[in-house]
Design a protein around this ligand. Sequence first.
Ligand code: SF4
Length: 343
Amino acid sequence: MRKEIGFWFKQKVDAFCQKLERNILADKSLKCKVVFGPVRSRRLGNVLGINNVKLKVCSYNCIYCPSGKTTCCSICTNYCLSPYELHLSVKNKLKELNESKKNIEYIVFAGSGEPTLDSSLSKEIMLLREFGYKIAVFTNSSLLWNPNIRENLMYADYVSVKIDTAIESTWHKINRPHQRLDYKIILEGIKNFSNKYRGTFVTETTLIKNINDSQAEIEELSKFLSTIKRKTSYFMTPIYPPSESYAGSPDNETLNHISEMIKELVADSVLLCCPENEEFFVTDDFRNELLGLLSLHPVKVEAVELTAKYQKKLQILEELIENRLINEIVFEGEKYFSVNSAE
Ligand code: SF4
């Protein structure tokens, strides 16, 4: 009798869990914004992206941000999905990837906001470990002065921190930080973290014309980078249309000059200045997955059209254009689709 009651109870719990999972996965438009990709990362290969902070909530409002202007400049915690919902959404996405025979190398916390604003980050990393992939976090580093944030990041296998400059006045111009942030304390926090962290620690610097592309800038930055323990320092130029039209790449002559300086002054530096071919993958829901990715950054028209054609989804693409949910923009001679923020 006891055995029968146990069996009946288990069946009820299983049915309840399945219903709960179905409900959680039902809202595709949100899930596709939080779990996106796979996308091709220049450093990590094919990755599945997690963007678990609310759209365009960030502690910075960078002039080159590919997701557009920060709508809420905040240093308060926020998130879209609970750790359980996130785990379930990733599990579902990985199942789709498996079915479409797409491989990924990493699960990456990055996106249109600052991932460390999510106070459950360490819990989420631990839950996602179950799937056997390495976990990376791309942070703007603005909250690394906070020991709790540093502790959360300790759980990741790979941490990339943004350091666009070592000069405070330039930091204000380029990253336009939340008013309560203090750059000296942030730089100390980065140093502190680099000394304790045991995973792969790298830095990234985006070079912007007439802002952080001078000799003095590179010299100051190289001095700071020499004080932290890091595997590699990546330097890049904006590859997507920036939120401010003046935030362009340095011209070729300047770029050649600073490339030489960087090689000479910054040990273990890598220049990622050349835009690569963009690929766009869809696993299940073309419409929502495209809108989710476009909310993070514009995607080349060529890449989207190729996928739409291949997946026989050209009609959906045409509808999105007709209904003005997406539009075409041009950046450095290339055509991109972007979400129509005016709608
Ligand atoms: S580039 Fe990154 S750090 Fe800067 S505003 Fe955009 S999301 Fe925030």
